[in-house]
Write a protein of this length. Structure first.
Length: 562
Protein backbone atom coordinates (compact mmCIF):
# COMPACT_ATOMS: atom_id res chain seq x y z
CA UNK A 1 0.00 0.00 0.00
CA UNK A 2 1.01 3.65 -0.49
CA UNK A 3 1.70 5.69 2.64
CA UNK A 4 -1.69 6.72 4.04
CA UNK A 5 -2.58 10.33 3.29
CA UNK A 6 0.51 11.03 1.20
CA UNK A 7 -0.41 11.06 -2.51
CA UNK A 8 2.97 12.73 -3.22
CA UNK A 9 4.78 9.74 -1.76
CA UNK A 10 7.45 9.79 -4.50
CA UNK A 11 7.51 13.27 -6.04
CA UNK A 12 8.02 14.95 -2.68
CA UNK A 13 11.71 14.06 -2.78
CA UNK A 14 12.04 15.56 -6.27
CA UNK A 15 10.27 18.94 -6.00
CA UNK A 16 10.20 19.97 -2.33
CA UNK A 17 12.81 21.89 -0.31
CA UNK A 18 15.28 24.65 -1.11
CA UNK A 19 17.80 22.18 -2.53
CA UNK A 20 15.24 21.22 -5.20
CA UNK A 21 15.02 24.74 -6.67
CA UNK A 22 16.92 23.62 -9.83
CA UNK A 23 14.47 20.75 -10.29
CA UNK A 24 11.48 23.07 -9.97
CA UNK A 25 13.09 25.45 -12.45
CA UNK A 26 13.16 22.68 -15.05
CA UNK A 27 9.46 21.95 -14.53
CA UNK A 28 8.58 25.66 -14.66
CA UNK A 29 10.36 25.88 -18.01
CA UNK A 30 7.72 23.52 -19.44
CA UNK A 31 4.81 25.71 -18.38
CA UNK A 32 3.99 24.11 -15.04
CA UNK A 33 3.34 26.27 -12.01
CA UNK A 34 4.37 25.97 -8.38
CA UNK A 35 0.76 24.97 -7.68
CA UNK A 36 1.08 22.15 -10.22
CA UNK A 37 4.16 20.87 -8.41
CA UNK A 38 2.29 20.78 -5.10
CA UNK A 39 -0.11 18.19 -6.54
CA UNK A 40 0.64 14.51 -7.16
CA UNK A 41 2.64 14.07 -10.37
CA UNK A 42 0.95 11.47 -12.56
CA UNK A 43 2.85 9.85 -15.41
CA UNK A 44 1.09 9.21 -18.70
CA UNK A 45 3.12 6.68 -20.68
CA UNK A 46 1.83 7.16 -24.21
CA UNK A 47 2.84 4.64 -26.88
CA UNK A 48 1.40 6.74 -29.73
CA UNK A 49 3.14 6.05 -33.01
CA UNK A 50 2.91 6.46 -36.76
CA UNK A 51 4.22 2.93 -37.38
CA UNK A 52 0.86 1.23 -36.79
CA UNK A 53 -2.86 2.08 -36.86
CA UNK A 54 -3.15 0.34 -33.49
CA UNK A 55 -1.43 3.26 -31.74
CA UNK A 56 -1.84 5.99 -34.35
CA UNK A 57 -4.73 7.67 -32.53
CA UNK A 58 -3.45 7.60 -28.95
CA UNK A 59 -2.40 11.25 -29.12
CA UNK A 60 -6.12 12.02 -29.55
CA UNK A 61 -6.88 10.19 -26.31
CA UNK A 62 -4.00 11.56 -24.22
CA UNK A 63 -5.54 15.04 -23.69
CA UNK A 64 -8.59 13.36 -22.15
CA UNK A 65 -6.36 11.39 -19.79
CA UNK A 66 -4.69 14.67 -18.83
CA UNK A 67 -8.10 16.25 -18.19
CA UNK A 68 -9.05 13.29 -15.98
CA UNK A 69 -5.85 13.65 -13.95
CA UNK A 70 -6.33 17.39 -13.47
CA UNK A 71 -10.03 17.05 -12.62
CA UNK A 72 -9.11 14.73 -9.75
CA UNK A 73 -6.36 16.99 -8.37
CA UNK A 74 -3.21 15.70 -10.05
CA UNK A 75 -0.64 17.09 -12.47
CA UNK A 76 -0.13 15.05 -15.65
CA UNK A 77 3.40 14.36 -16.92
CA UNK A 78 3.28 12.75 -20.36
CA UNK A 79 6.09 10.89 -22.11
CA UNK A 80 6.41 8.41 -24.94
CA UNK A 81 7.94 5.03 -25.61
CA UNK A 82 8.41 2.71 -28.57
CA UNK A 83 5.96 0.60 -30.53
CA UNK A 84 6.49 -2.23 -33.02
CA UNK A 85 3.71 -3.12 -35.48
CA UNK A 86 3.45 -6.90 -35.54
CA UNK A 87 1.40 -6.82 -38.74
CA UNK A 88 4.02 -4.74 -40.58
CA UNK A 89 6.98 -6.62 -39.09
CA UNK A 90 5.38 -9.98 -39.92
CA UNK A 91 6.95 -12.43 -42.36
CA UNK A 92 10.46 -10.97 -42.49
CA UNK A 93 13.44 -10.30 -40.23
CA UNK A 94 11.71 -7.33 -38.60
CA UNK A 95 9.48 -9.65 -36.60
CA UNK A 96 12.48 -10.55 -34.45
CA UNK A 97 12.13 -7.12 -32.82
CA UNK A 98 8.53 -7.51 -31.71
CA UNK A 99 8.84 -9.53 -28.50
CA UNK A 100 12.09 -7.73 -27.68
CA UNK A 101 10.11 -4.48 -27.70
CA UNK A 102 7.89 -5.73 -24.85
CA UNK A 103 10.90 -5.68 -22.53
CA UNK A 104 12.11 -2.31 -23.86
CA UNK A 105 8.67 -0.77 -23.28
CA UNK A 106 8.54 -2.03 -19.70
CA UNK A 107 12.13 -0.93 -19.07
CA UNK A 108 11.62 2.55 -20.52
CA UNK A 109 8.45 3.28 -18.54
CA UNK A 110 10.14 2.03 -15.37
CA UNK A 111 13.19 4.23 -15.91
CA UNK A 112 11.24 7.45 -16.55
CA UNK A 113 8.99 7.00 -13.53
CA UNK A 114 11.91 5.96 -11.31
CA UNK A 115 14.13 8.86 -12.36
CA UNK A 116 11.50 11.55 -11.85
CA UNK A 117 9.78 10.25 -8.73
CA UNK A 118 6.34 10.20 -10.34
CA UNK A 119 3.51 9.29 -7.98
CA UNK A 120 1.08 7.43 -10.25
CA UNK A 121 0.85 6.11 -13.77
CA UNK A 122 -1.55 5.72 -16.67
CA UNK A 123 -0.20 3.50 -19.45
CA UNK A 124 -1.75 3.90 -22.92
CA UNK A 125 -1.30 1.09 -25.41
CA UNK A 126 -2.72 -0.40 -28.59
CA UNK A 127 -0.52 -2.84 -30.51
CA UNK A 128 0.38 -6.33 -29.33
CA UNK A 129 3.53 -5.76 -27.26
CA UNK A 130 2.70 -2.28 -25.98
CA UNK A 131 -0.11 -3.84 -23.90
CA UNK A 132 1.84 -6.44 -21.89
CA UNK A 133 4.89 -4.15 -21.79
CA UNK A 134 2.78 -1.40 -20.23
CA UNK A 135 1.19 -3.71 -17.68
CA UNK A 136 4.58 -5.21 -16.83
CA UNK A 137 5.82 -1.69 -16.05
CA UNK A 138 2.85 -1.12 -13.75
CA UNK A 139 3.63 -4.33 -11.87
CA UNK A 140 7.35 -3.64 -11.71
CA UNK A 141 7.04 -0.05 -10.48
CA UNK A 142 4.11 -0.89 -8.19
CA UNK A 143 2.89 2.69 -8.03
CA UNK A 144 -0.85 3.38 -8.25
CA UNK A 145 -1.79 3.06 -11.88
CA UNK A 146 -4.33 2.23 -14.58
CA UNK A 147 -4.00 0.53 -17.93
CA UNK A 148 -5.82 2.19 -20.84
CA UNK A 149 -6.37 0.38 -24.13
CA UNK A 150 -6.57 2.38 -27.35
CA UNK A 151 -9.39 0.28 -28.75
CA UNK A 152 -10.14 -2.03 -31.63
CA UNK A 153 -10.29 -1.10 -35.29
CA UNK A 154 -13.67 -1.36 -36.98
CA UNK A 155 -14.03 -4.17 -39.54
CA UNK A 156 -13.56 -3.39 -43.20
CA UNK A 157 -16.00 -4.61 -45.83
CA UNK A 158 -15.55 -6.13 -49.28
CA UNK A 159 -18.40 -7.47 -51.38
CA UNK A 160 -20.64 -7.83 -48.36
CA UNK A 161 -18.05 -9.59 -46.20
CA UNK A 162 -16.59 -8.13 -42.98
CA UNK A 163 -12.77 -8.09 -43.13
CA UNK A 164 -9.85 -7.97 -40.74
CA UNK A 165 -6.13 -7.95 -41.50
CA UNK A 166 -6.26 -11.76 -41.12
CA UNK A 167 -8.27 -11.87 -44.35
CA UNK A 168 -5.54 -10.00 -46.20
CA UNK A 169 -2.88 -12.50 -45.14
CA UNK A 170 -5.10 -15.39 -46.19
CA UNK A 171 -5.93 -13.62 -49.45
CA UNK A 172 -2.23 -13.82 -50.35
CA UNK A 173 -2.49 -17.61 -50.23
CA UNK A 174 -5.69 -17.52 -52.27
CA UNK A 175 -3.98 -15.37 -54.90
CA UNK A 176 -1.11 -17.86 -55.10
CA UNK A 177 -3.57 -20.66 -55.89
CA UNK A 178 -5.45 -18.58 -58.44
CA UNK A 179 -8.57 -18.27 -56.29
CA UNK A 180 -8.21 -14.47 -56.32
CA UNK A 181 -7.04 -12.14 -59.04
CA UNK A 182 -4.44 -9.43 -58.54
CA UNK A 183 -7.20 -6.85 -58.78
CA UNK A 184 -9.28 -8.60 -56.10
CA UNK A 185 -6.28 -8.86 -53.78
CA UNK A 186 -5.66 -5.13 -54.17
CA UNK A 187 -9.32 -4.40 -53.43
CA UNK A 188 -9.13 -6.44 -50.22
CA UNK A 189 -5.94 -4.77 -49.01
CA UNK A 190 -7.45 -1.34 -49.69
CA UNK A 191 -10.51 -1.81 -47.50
CA UNK A 192 -9.59 -4.34 -44.79
CA UNK A 193 -8.34 -1.74 -42.30
CA UNK A 194 -10.62 1.31 -42.47
CA UNK A 195 -9.00 3.46 -39.77
CA UNK A 196 -7.15 3.53 -36.44
CA UNK A 197 -7.33 0.83 -33.82
CA UNK A 198 -5.92 -2.61 -33.09
CA UNK A 199 -6.57 -5.59 -35.37
CA UNK A 200 -10.28 -6.36 -35.22
CA UNK A 201 -10.65 -10.02 -34.29
CA UNK A 202 -9.82 -11.64 -30.98
CA UNK A 203 -6.16 -11.47 -31.92
CA UNK A 204 -3.38 -10.70 -29.44
CA UNK A 205 -4.17 -7.03 -28.79
CA UNK A 206 -7.87 -7.56 -28.14
CA UNK A 207 -7.11 -10.71 -26.15
CA UNK A 208 -4.70 -8.87 -23.86
CA UNK A 209 -7.07 -5.91 -23.57
CA UNK A 210 -9.75 -8.35 -22.40
CA UNK A 211 -7.26 -9.84 -19.95
CA UNK A 212 -6.49 -6.34 -18.60
CA UNK A 213 -10.15 -5.96 -17.62
CA UNK A 214 -10.29 -9.42 -16.09
CA UNK A 215 -7.12 -8.68 -14.11
CA UNK A 216 -8.67 -5.48 -12.75
CA UNK A 217 -6.00 -3.15 -14.19
CA UNK A 218 -8.35 -1.49 -16.72
CA UNK A 219 -11.68 0.28 -16.18
CA UNK A 220 -14.65 -2.11 -16.56
CA UNK A 221 -16.09 -2.07 -20.06
CA UNK A 222 -13.08 -0.31 -21.58
CA UNK A 223 -11.51 -3.21 -23.50
CA UNK A 224 -14.04 -3.57 -26.31
CA UNK A 225 -14.81 0.07 -27.18
CA UNK A 226 -13.70 0.79 -30.78
CA UNK A 227 -10.88 3.28 -31.22
CA UNK A 228 -13.08 5.81 -33.04
CA UNK A 229 -16.01 5.62 -30.62
CA UNK A 230 -16.65 8.67 -28.42
CA UNK A 231 -16.85 6.36 -25.40
CA UNK A 232 -13.12 5.79 -25.85
CA UNK A 233 -12.58 9.46 -24.91
CA UNK A 234 -14.77 8.99 -21.86
CA UNK A 235 -12.77 5.92 -20.81
CA UNK A 236 -9.58 7.95 -21.20
CA UNK A 237 -10.88 10.66 -18.86
CA UNK A 238 -11.95 7.99 -16.39
CA UNK A 239 -8.50 6.36 -16.43
CA UNK A 240 -6.82 9.65 -15.55
CA UNK A 241 -9.21 10.34 -12.67
CA UNK A 242 -9.01 6.79 -11.29
CA UNK A 243 -5.29 7.07 -10.57
CA UNK A 244 -5.92 9.78 -7.99
CA UNK A 245 -8.53 7.61 -6.28
CA UNK A 246 -6.02 4.77 -6.16
CA UNK A 247 -3.49 7.14 -4.59
CA UNK A 248 -6.01 8.22 -1.97
CA UNK A 249 -6.97 4.64 -1.15
CA UNK A 250 -3.39 3.37 -1.23
CA UNK A 251 -4.06 0.67 -3.86
CA UNK A 252 -1.07 -0.42 -5.93
CA UNK A 253 -0.85 -2.76 -8.94
CA UNK A 254 0.45 -5.70 -6.90
CA UNK A 255 -2.60 -5.35 -4.63
CA UNK A 256 -4.67 -5.94 -7.77
CA UNK A 257 -2.44 -8.51 -9.48
CA UNK A 258 -3.07 -11.38 -7.11
CA UNK A 259 -3.13 -15.10 -7.85
CA UNK A 260 -6.94 -14.95 -8.06
CA UNK A 261 -6.76 -12.05 -10.54
CA UNK A 262 -4.51 -14.08 -12.83
CA UNK A 263 -6.86 -17.05 -12.59
CA UNK A 264 -9.70 -14.73 -13.62
CA UNK A 265 -7.71 -13.45 -16.59
CA UNK A 266 -6.85 -16.97 -17.76
CA UNK A 267 -10.49 -18.00 -17.42
CA UNK A 268 -11.67 -15.07 -19.54
CA UNK A 269 -9.03 -15.70 -22.21
CA UNK A 270 -9.94 -19.40 -22.36
CA UNK A 271 -13.68 -18.72 -22.49
CA UNK A 272 -13.29 -16.16 -25.26
CA UNK A 273 -10.95 -18.24 -27.45
CA UNK A 274 -8.04 -15.82 -27.08
CA UNK A 275 -4.58 -15.71 -28.58
CA UNK A 276 -1.83 -18.15 -27.60
CA UNK A 277 0.31 -15.08 -26.91
CA UNK A 278 -1.76 -14.47 -23.79
CA UNK A 279 0.03 -17.42 -22.19
CA UNK A 280 3.42 -15.85 -22.78
CA UNK A 281 2.37 -12.39 -21.63
CA UNK A 282 0.42 -13.42 -18.53
CA UNK A 283 3.36 -15.56 -17.41
CA UNK A 284 5.65 -12.55 -17.86
CA UNK A 285 3.27 -10.22 -16.02
CA UNK A 286 2.92 -12.66 -13.14
CA UNK A 287 6.71 -12.83 -12.95
CA UNK A 288 6.88 -9.04 -12.63
CA UNK A 289 4.21 -9.09 -9.92
CA UNK A 290 5.87 -11.88 -7.98
CA UNK A 291 2.87 -14.19 -8.40
CA UNK A 292 3.58 -17.92 -8.94
CA UNK A 293 2.07 -18.98 -12.27
CA UNK A 294 2.92 -21.85 -14.60
CA UNK A 295 1.77 -23.57 -17.77
CA UNK A 296 0.06 -26.15 -15.57
CA UNK A 297 -2.27 -23.43 -14.30
CA UNK A 298 -3.34 -22.63 -17.85
CA UNK A 299 -4.04 -26.29 -18.57
CA UNK A 300 -5.98 -26.77 -15.32
CA UNK A 301 -8.17 -23.73 -15.96
CA UNK A 302 -8.63 -24.64 -19.63
CA UNK A 303 -10.06 -28.02 -18.68
CA UNK A 304 -12.73 -26.46 -16.45
CA UNK A 305 -13.64 -23.41 -18.58
CA UNK A 306 -16.14 -23.70 -21.45
CA UNK A 307 -15.63 -21.81 -24.71
CA UNK A 308 -18.51 -19.35 -24.93
CA UNK A 309 -17.43 -16.67 -27.44
CA UNK A 310 -17.82 -16.98 -31.21
CA UNK A 311 -14.93 -14.69 -32.15
CA UNK A 312 -12.56 -14.39 -35.08
CA UNK A 313 -10.13 -15.81 -36.15
CA UNK A 314 -11.87 -19.19 -35.79
CA UNK A 315 -15.36 -17.78 -35.21
CA UNK A 316 -17.65 -15.22 -36.80
CA UNK A 317 -17.46 -12.00 -34.82
CA UNK A 318 -15.07 -9.10 -34.22
CA UNK A 319 -14.31 -7.14 -31.07
CA UNK A 320 -16.65 -4.38 -32.28
CA UNK A 321 -19.43 -6.97 -32.45
CA UNK A 322 -18.69 -8.01 -28.86
CA UNK A 323 -18.80 -4.37 -27.81
CA UNK A 324 -22.23 -3.95 -29.39
CA UNK A 325 -23.70 -6.66 -27.16
CA UNK A 326 -22.01 -5.72 -23.89
CA UNK A 327 -18.26 -6.17 -24.16
CA UNK A 328 -16.01 -8.09 -21.79
CA UNK A 329 -18.35 -7.48 -18.79
CA UNK A 330 -20.93 -9.63 -20.60
CA UNK A 331 -18.41 -12.49 -20.74
CA UNK A 332 -17.32 -11.99 -17.16
CA UNK A 333 -20.89 -11.81 -15.89
CA UNK A 334 -21.69 -15.16 -17.54
CA UNK A 335 -18.61 -16.75 -16.01
CA UNK A 336 -19.19 -15.19 -12.59
CA UNK A 337 -22.80 -16.39 -12.44
CA UNK A 338 -21.51 -19.89 -13.19
CA UNK A 339 -19.01 -19.71 -10.33
CA UNK A 340 -15.99 -19.67 -12.65
CA UNK A 341 -14.58 -16.27 -11.59
CA UNK A 342 -13.30 -15.04 -8.25
CA UNK A 343 -15.43 -12.12 -7.10
CA UNK A 344 -13.23 -10.77 -4.32
CA UNK A 345 -10.09 -9.39 -6.10
CA UNK A 346 -9.86 -5.60 -5.92
CA UNK A 347 -9.70 -3.57 -9.15
CA UNK A 348 -8.69 -0.08 -10.30
CA UNK A 349 -12.17 1.18 -9.43
CA UNK A 350 -11.39 0.49 -5.78
CA UNK A 351 -14.21 -2.05 -5.89
CA UNK A 352 -14.06 -5.81 -6.20
CA UNK A 353 -14.77 -7.80 -9.35
CA UNK A 354 -18.13 -8.81 -7.91
CA UNK A 355 -19.04 -5.21 -7.11
CA UNK A 356 -18.11 -4.10 -10.63
CA UNK A 357 -20.12 -6.91 -12.24
CA UNK A 358 -23.20 -6.32 -10.08
CA UNK A 359 -24.37 -3.54 -12.42
CA UNK A 360 -24.24 -5.77 -15.51
CA UNK A 361 -26.71 -8.45 -16.59
CA UNK A 362 -26.11 -11.29 -19.01
CA UNK A 363 -28.16 -10.93 -22.19
CA UNK A 364 -28.81 -14.35 -23.80
CA UNK A 365 -30.51 -12.77 -26.83
CA UNK A 366 -27.37 -12.07 -28.85
CA UNK A 367 -25.15 -14.30 -31.05
CA UNK A 368 -21.64 -13.45 -29.83
CA UNK A 369 -21.48 -14.85 -26.28
CA UNK A 370 -23.18 -18.12 -25.38
CA UNK A 371 -24.52 -18.92 -21.91
CA UNK A 372 -22.17 -21.17 -19.94
CA UNK A 373 -24.93 -23.79 -20.00
CA UNK A 374 -24.81 -23.88 -23.83
CA UNK A 375 -21.16 -23.35 -24.80
CA UNK A 376 -19.47 -23.66 -28.16
CA UNK A 377 -17.11 -26.16 -26.58
CA UNK A 378 -16.79 -27.89 -23.21
CA UNK A 379 -13.29 -26.60 -22.44
CA UNK A 380 -11.06 -23.62 -23.08
CA UNK A 381 -9.28 -22.82 -26.31
CA UNK A 382 -5.65 -22.99 -25.16
CA UNK A 383 -4.20 -26.41 -24.43
CA UNK A 384 -0.77 -27.15 -22.94
CA UNK A 385 1.03 -30.11 -24.54
CA UNK A 386 4.03 -31.97 -23.14
CA UNK A 387 6.06 -34.97 -24.22
CA UNK A 388 9.35 -35.97 -25.77
CA UNK A 389 9.21 -33.06 -28.24
CA UNK A 390 8.29 -30.45 -25.60
CA UNK A 391 9.34 -31.52 -22.08
CA UNK A 392 8.71 -28.02 -20.67
CA UNK A 393 5.53 -27.53 -22.66
CA UNK A 394 3.98 -26.19 -25.87
CA UNK A 395 0.73 -24.40 -26.68
CA UNK A 396 -1.99 -25.24 -29.17
CA UNK A 397 -5.18 -23.25 -29.77
CA UNK A 398 -8.00 -25.71 -30.37
CA UNK A 399 -10.77 -23.27 -31.35
CA UNK A 400 -12.27 -24.45 -34.61
CA UNK A 401 -9.96 -27.46 -34.94
CA UNK A 402 -11.46 -30.53 -36.58
CA UNK A 403 -8.46 -32.80 -36.04
CA UNK A 404 -7.28 -33.34 -32.45
CA UNK A 405 -5.11 -36.40 -33.08
CA UNK A 406 -2.41 -36.36 -35.74
CA UNK A 407 0.57 -38.43 -36.78
CA UNK A 408 2.78 -37.42 -39.69
CA UNK A 409 6.33 -37.17 -41.01
CA UNK A 410 8.46 -34.23 -39.93
CA UNK A 411 9.30 -31.61 -42.54
CA UNK A 412 12.15 -29.72 -40.89
CA UNK A 413 13.08 -26.06 -41.45
CA UNK A 414 15.63 -24.05 -39.48
CA UNK A 415 13.96 -20.68 -40.09
CA UNK A 416 10.64 -19.19 -41.13
CA UNK A 417 11.88 -18.01 -44.53
CA UNK A 418 12.85 -21.53 -45.65
CA UNK A 419 9.44 -22.85 -44.65
CA UNK A 420 7.56 -20.01 -46.34
CA UNK A 421 9.50 -20.65 -49.54
CA UNK A 422 8.49 -24.32 -49.40
CA UNK A 423 4.86 -23.30 -48.91
CA UNK A 424 4.99 -20.91 -51.86
CA UNK A 425 6.53 -23.62 -54.03
CA UNK A 426 3.75 -26.03 -52.97
CA UNK A 427 6.24 -28.49 -51.44
CA UNK A 428 4.15 -28.94 -48.28
CA UNK A 429 1.63 -31.74 -48.55
CA UNK A 430 -1.44 -32.72 -46.52
CA UNK A 431 -0.37 -34.92 -43.61
CA UNK A 432 3.00 -33.20 -43.09
CA UNK A 433 4.19 -32.18 -39.62
CA UNK A 434 6.04 -28.98 -40.45
CA UNK A 435 8.79 -28.09 -37.94
CA UNK A 436 10.12 -24.52 -37.82
CA UNK A 437 12.91 -24.30 -35.27
CA UNK A 438 15.62 -21.90 -34.10
CA UNK A 439 12.86 -19.27 -33.90
CA UNK A 440 12.51 -19.30 -30.09
CA UNK A 441 13.30 -16.43 -27.71
CA UNK A 442 17.06 -17.03 -27.91
CA UNK A 443 17.29 -18.72 -31.28
CA UNK A 444 15.35 -16.18 -33.31
CA UNK A 445 16.16 -14.17 -31.40
CA UNK A 446 12.79 -12.74 -30.50
CA UNK A 447 10.39 -15.67 -31.06
CA UNK A 448 8.86 -14.57 -34.34
CA UNK A 449 5.19 -15.08 -35.15
CA UNK A 450 4.40 -17.27 -38.16
CA UNK A 451 1.20 -15.69 -39.53
CA UNK A 452 2.56 -15.42 -43.06
CA UNK A 453 3.16 -19.20 -43.17
CA UNK A 454 -0.10 -20.23 -41.50
CA UNK A 455 -2.21 -17.83 -43.54
CA UNK A 456 -0.60 -19.04 -46.77
CA UNK A 457 -1.45 -22.66 -45.86
CA UNK A 458 -5.05 -21.67 -45.12
CA UNK A 459 -5.22 -19.71 -48.36
CA UNK A 460 -3.99 -22.75 -50.28
CA UNK A 461 -6.78 -24.83 -48.77
CA UNK A 462 -4.60 -27.20 -46.71
CA UNK A 463 -4.59 -25.32 -43.43
CA UNK A 464 -6.57 -28.07 -41.66
CA UNK A 465 -4.40 -30.86 -43.09
CA UNK A 466 -0.94 -29.71 -42.04
CA UNK A 467 0.33 -29.37 -38.48
CA UNK A 468 2.91 -26.65 -37.94
CA UNK A 469 5.12 -26.99 -34.85
CA UNK A 470 7.59 -24.34 -33.75
CA UNK A 471 9.59 -22.94 -30.85
CA UNK A 472 8.46 -19.56 -32.16
CA UNK A 473 5.01 -18.02 -31.84
CA UNK A 474 1.81 -17.60 -33.80
CA UNK A 475 -0.14 -14.44 -34.34
CA UNK A 476 -3.45 -14.08 -32.57
CA UNK A 477 -4.89 -14.05 -36.08
CA UNK A 478 -3.61 -17.58 -36.74
CA UNK A 479 -6.15 -20.34 -37.22
CA UNK A 480 -5.70 -24.00 -37.93
CA UNK A 481 -3.65 -26.79 -36.29
CA UNK A 482 -0.58 -24.94 -35.07
CA UNK A 483 1.61 -25.75 -32.04
CA UNK A 484 3.87 -22.99 -30.75
CA UNK A 485 6.09 -22.07 -27.79
CA UNK A 486 7.81 -25.49 -27.89
CA UNK A 487 10.21 -25.55 -24.93
CA UNK A 488 13.06 -26.06 -24.43
CA UNK A 489 13.77 -24.31 -27.72
CA UNK A 490 16.23 -25.50 -30.35
CA UNK A 491 18.83 -22.85 -29.50
CA UNK A 492 19.43 -24.40 -26.07
CA UNK A 493 19.41 -27.98 -27.36
CA UNK A 494 15.76 -28.81 -26.79
CA UNK A 495 14.46 -31.97 -28.47
CA UNK A 496 13.04 -29.93 -31.36
CA UNK A 497 16.69 -29.33 -32.40
CA UNK A 498 17.18 -33.09 -32.76
CA UNK A 499 14.26 -33.81 -35.11
CA UNK A 500 15.25 -35.02 -38.57
CA UNK A 501 13.36 -35.04 -41.85
CA UNK A 502 10.81 -37.85 -41.87
CA UNK A 503 10.74 -38.53 -38.12
CA UNK A 504 7.20 -39.52 -37.07
CA UNK A 505 5.51 -36.80 -35.00
CA UNK A 506 2.50 -37.52 -32.78
CA UNK A 507 0.03 -34.91 -31.56
CA UNK A 508 -2.68 -36.07 -29.15
CA UNK A 509 -4.65 -33.11 -27.80
CA UNK A 510 -6.97 -35.16 -25.60
CA UNK A 511 -4.01 -36.62 -23.73
CA UNK A 512 -1.93 -33.42 -23.93
CA UNK A 513 0.92 -35.18 -25.75
CA UNK A 514 3.45 -33.94 -28.31
CA UNK A 515 5.95 -36.65 -29.20
CA UNK A 516 8.78 -37.29 -31.62
CA UNK A 517 8.47 -41.05 -32.04
CA UNK A 518 12.17 -41.84 -32.16
CA UNK A 519 13.87 -44.19 -29.66
CA UNK A 520 15.49 -42.42 -26.73
CA UNK A 521 18.84 -44.00 -27.63
CA UNK A 522 18.72 -42.38 -31.05
CA UNK A 523 17.80 -38.99 -29.60
CA UNK A 524 20.68 -39.33 -27.12
CA UNK A 525 23.04 -40.08 -30.02
CA UNK A 526 21.86 -36.99 -31.89
CA UNK A 527 22.12 -34.87 -28.74
CA UNK A 528 25.78 -35.85 -28.31
CA UNK A 529 26.47 -34.53 -31.81
CA UNK A 530 24.44 -31.31 -31.45
CA UNK A 531 26.31 -28.00 -31.06
CA UNK A 532 24.82 -24.60 -30.18
CA UNK A 533 24.75 -21.99 -32.90
CA UNK A 534 26.52 -18.65 -32.42
CA UNK A 535 24.29 -15.62 -31.90
CA UNK A 536 24.61 -13.67 -35.18
CA UNK A 537 23.44 -10.37 -33.72
CA UNK A 538 24.87 -7.54 -31.67
CA UNK A 539 22.93 -4.58 -30.32
CA UNK A 540 19.49 -4.99 -28.82
CA UNK A 541 18.81 -8.38 -30.41
CA UNK A 542 22.12 -9.82 -29.24
CA UNK A 543 21.65 -8.50 -25.71
CA UNK A 544 18.14 -9.94 -25.61
CA UNK A 545 19.30 -13.35 -26.85
CA UNK A 546 21.86 -13.54 -24.06
CA UNK A 547 19.42 -12.53 -21.31
CA UNK A 548 16.04 -14.05 -22.23
CA UNK A 549 14.65 -17.13 -20.52
CA UNK A 550 12.36 -19.95 -21.62
CA UNK A 551 8.98 -19.31 -23.22
CA UNK A 552 7.58 -21.70 -20.60
CA UNK A 553 8.31 -18.96 -18.03
CA UNK A 554 7.15 -16.05 -20.19
CA UNK A 555 10.41 -15.31 -22.08
CA UNK A 556 11.43 -12.61 -19.59
CA UNK A 557 14.74 -10.81 -19.18
CA UNK A 558 14.04 -9.19 -15.82
CA UNK A 559 15.33 -11.27 -12.85
CA UNK A 560 12.15 -10.54 -10.89
CA UNK A 561 10.46 -8.12 -8.48
CA UNK A 562 12.13 -6.54 -5.48
Amino acid sequence: MCPAGDPKHRSRRVVEGTERAPHRAMFLAMGLTHEDLQRPLIAIANTASEVTPCNYHLDRLAPKVREGVRSAGGTPIEFGTICISDAIAMGHQGMKASLVSREVIADSIELVCFAHGLDGLVTMAGCDKTIPGSMMALARLNIPGVFLYGGTILPGHWRGKALTVQDVYEAVGQYQTGALTQEELEEIEACACPGPGSCGGLFTANTMASASEALGLAPPGSASIPAVDARRLQASFQAGALVLRLLEEGIRPRDILTRKAFENAITVVEAMGGSTNAVLHLLALAHEAGVPLSLDDFDRISRQTPLICDMKPAGRFTMADLDAVGGVPLVMRALWEAGLLHGDPVTVTGKTVAENLSRYRFNPHQPVVRPVSNPLGPSGSLVVLKGSLAPEGAIIKTTGLKTLTFRGPARVFDCEEDCFRAVQERRIRPGDAVIIRYEGPKGGPGMREMLAVTAALVGQGIGEQVFLITDGRFSGATRGPMVGHVAPEAAVGGPIALVQEGDPILLDVANRRLEVEVPKEELDRRRALWRPRPIPYGGALGKYARLVGSSAQGAVTNPGPV
